[in-house]
Design a protein around this ligand. Structure first.
Ligand code: PMP
Length: 402
């Protein structure tokens, strides 16, 4: 009989483990700043009105539940492409974009990883920023890639190590693959400026690298979906044939619906057809075809001008609340608790996360003494903060850092 006794117990997921510990805590002031999911000012999950309305319409339309095609719902992928690349995008207008629906952003990265591992004609090594989202390594390792790193975050300033970043792009072997966070870098909240992106694009082009953008937060960083697409669109207009992963988890609050897309710019219509056909061959044995519900909702929202407008407003509401919490947190630390430490990075950083600069022992005290849950690297999810608990958090952070 087969025995599984040789299987070692795997480590728990770092972020989901934090939520488990948080759930067990019965302290009334406990805070979960681990998981990257938006909460409203009452600390509640937020389902967007535009999404609720789209759901109603879908029910009214009594659609069938036949299989989607392998690459998903065409009305969804069309809208996803327009959102990311913009309606003026040349490769889009010329029909050069190969795109497939995916199981949210993770699935897009994975499909992209497997596809590139099969067809990328150069070394199968991908460069990640240091640090990067915890799942990137596993996704690309499991797709058969070797992993390398480039300098990104500067601990001494809690900002971007632009020089280190540029040097590492220069010194990587030609035709390397660079994974770039399109906006709202996770976990640091630090993004290059548009001018820095321009320079990054130039050097990546000189070196012949392939830019693989991970865009999990379009709209979430600035509140403006076009501003957050700056890097992607700039690279495309500079002539890069980028790979792109998109997720609708955050910007449409579709977390559990798992809606995303993977796309690749090709050089000719013939090349696009070949890429499309091979994407199908990657996906078919993985999960055959994607789920339809979330993709339908997103396509209804994006293709209807009224719902689209309402959604844009809601993206801005979410982004603005996050910005306000950053401001309040800094204000309480500096003004109320008179912390003498530099806290500008709280408001300089952008998006769902703030890399506080807290050391592991300070994080431990924050959790143990103040019931505030966060990852060991000092990352806090700003969306877990509300007007009701922001002062408590500021006091807790002040106490463990003074
Ligand atoms: N990339 C980054 C940088 C992320 O932060 C996330 C979500 N935490 C994802 C991709 C993928 O998320 P999902 O699979 O839920 O779309």
């Amino acid at each position: 009989m087969t025995s599984w006794a040789h299987i070692p117990l795997g480590p728990p997921d770092a972020i989901l483990g934090i939520t488990d510990a948080f759930k067990k805590d019965i302290h009334p002031k406990k805070m979960n700043l681990g998981v990257g999911a938006y909460r409203d000012d009452d600390g509640k999950p937020y389902v967007l009105n535009a999404v609720r309305k789209a759901e109603q319409r879908i029910i009214q339309d009594k659609l069938d539940k036949e299989y989607l095609s392998i690459t998903g719902l065409p009305s969804f992928t069309k809208e996803a492409a327009l959102l990311a690349y913009g309606k003026d995008s040349e490769p889009l207008q010329e029909g050069l974009l190969a795109i497939t629906q995916s199981i949210s952003g993770t699935g897009a990265l994975r499909v992209g990883g497997v596809f590139l591992n099969r067809f990328y004609p150069y070394h199968k090594k991908i460069y990640f920023p240091t640090p990067t989202w915890g799942n990137h390594g596993a996704i690309f390792r499991d797709s058969g890639f070797e992993i390398a790193q480039y300098r990104y975050f500067d601990k001494s300033t809690n900002g971007l190590d632009f020089e280190g970043f540029m040097e590492d792009i220069q010194s990587a072997p030609k035709n390397s693959i660079f994974l770039l966070h399109a906006c709202a870098h996770n976990p640091t909240g630090v993004d290059p400026t548009p001018q820095q992106w321009d320079q990054i694009s130039e050097v990546i082009k000189e070196r012949g690298h392939l830019p693989f953008f991970d865009m999990a937060y379009q709209g979430f960083a600035s509140g403006d979906i076009n501003r957050d697409a700056y890097a992607v669109r700039k690279f495309v207009s500079d002539g890069h044939r980028i790979a792109l992963s998109q997720s609708f988890a955050k910007n449409m609050g579709m977390y559990g619906e798992r809606v995303g897309a993977f796309s690749l710019i090709t050089e000719s219509v013939k090349e696009k057809a070949a890429v499309d056909s091979q994407l199908k061959l990657v996906i078919r044995p993985m999960y055959s075809n994607p789920p339809m519900n979330g993709a339908r909702i997103v396509s209804y929202v994006l293709s209807d001008s009224e719902l689209h407008k309402e959604w844009l407003g809601e993206v801005k509401i979410m982004a603005d609340r996050i910005k306000l919490m950053r401001k309040k947190l800094k204000h309480h630390l500096v003004e109320d608790f008179e912390s003498k430490l530099p806290w500008n990075h709280i408001t300089d950083q952008i998006g769902m996360f703030c890399f506080t600069g807290l050391k592991p022992e300070q994080v431990e005290r924050l959790t143990h003494d103040y019931h505030v849950y966060l990852t060991k690297d000092g990352r806090i999810s700003i969306s877990g903060i509300s007007s009701k608990n922001v002062k408590y958090l500021a006091e807790a952070i002040h106490q463990v850092t003074k």
